[in-house]
Unconditional design. Structure first.
Length: 252
């Protein structure tokens, strides 16, 4: 059991990469607070993992809200006695609009979930880690799109901000034993693209050449495996890194 006795919060847990992360973590012995907005899916996930080595506590919450970011971590401490790992996985796509066409509404919604959520959760987690006496681990899901033009300008800006948050947190708190790393997925088979709806035709037309170079489509389990390594003690000396899990897309 690579995660035995670890208390972990995972956001965006009801589908895709987050669901795969929770499933693998619980099988590896972790006690997990699984956070998402869809209560019914969380209940089904908890039921499916009832016989595994670890434990799961469903938590219905929205990471764009400060109170939920704080309450989910409080729930972990209340249920399991401490917080060892925070996985900031929840995220949404934009509509692939370029700079001339993005909307303020899309900017506000994407930034609230993709940037404010991880940052607010990180703030709460760092304070809890310090109160526990130091040491802790934060894993945030970024994207290939932070460095390459594989989505719209808003999504790219949000994930670039996530990378900056990760690196800043890693350096600022490294002497207290608090680690912070990111996973940068490439094209992963999840519901996020379907939830995006129809892309902005102008923006999509400007980046479709990059999308045509995708070498392979990954699965949520590929991201879960990377998250398991970062959450485990095997990665104890890994800090401030952006781990690409993209089948070689970023090597182009």
């Amino acid at each position: 059991m690579r995660l035995a006795n670890k208390a972990i919060v995972v956001t965006g847990a009801s589908s895709g990469m987050g669901k795969a992360i929770v499933e693998l973590f619980v099988k590896e012995g972790a006690s997990v607070v699984a956070v998402a907005r869809r209560t019914d899916r969380l209940a089904a996930l908890a039921e499916s993992l009832a016989g595994e080595a670890g434990r799961i506590v469903p938590f219905t919450g929205d990471v764009s809200k400060k109170e939920d970011c704080e309450a989910m971590i409080d729930a972990c401490v209340e249920a399991f006695g401490r917080l060892d790992v925070l996985v900031n996985n929840a995220g949404v796509m934009d509509n692939m609009a370029a700079a001339a066409n993005f909307s303020d509404e899309k900017y506000e919604s994407v930034m609230a979930i993709n940037v404010y959520g991880p940052l607010a959760a990180t703030r709460k987690a760092v304070n809890v880690f310090q109160a526990q006496g130091g040491g802790g681990n934060i894993i945030t899901v970024s994207s290939f799109g932070a460095q390459h033009q594989a989505a719209g300008v808003v999504y790219g800006a949000a994930k670039a901000a996530v990378n900056a948050i990760v690196r800043h947190t890693a350096f600022a708190y490294c002497k207290e034993g608090i680690r912070c790393n990111a996973i940068a997925p490439g094209s992963i088979n999840t519901e996020i693209s379907a939830a995006m709806g129809m892309p902005d035709p102008d923006g999509y037309g400007r980046i479709r050449g990059v999308l045509g170079l995708i070498p392979a489509m990954g699965q949520g389990t590929d991201i879960a495996a990377a998250a398991l390594f970062l959450a485990s003690d095997e990665s104890a000396f890994v800090n401030g890194q952006i781990l690409g899990v993209d089948g070689g897309w970023s090597a182009l």
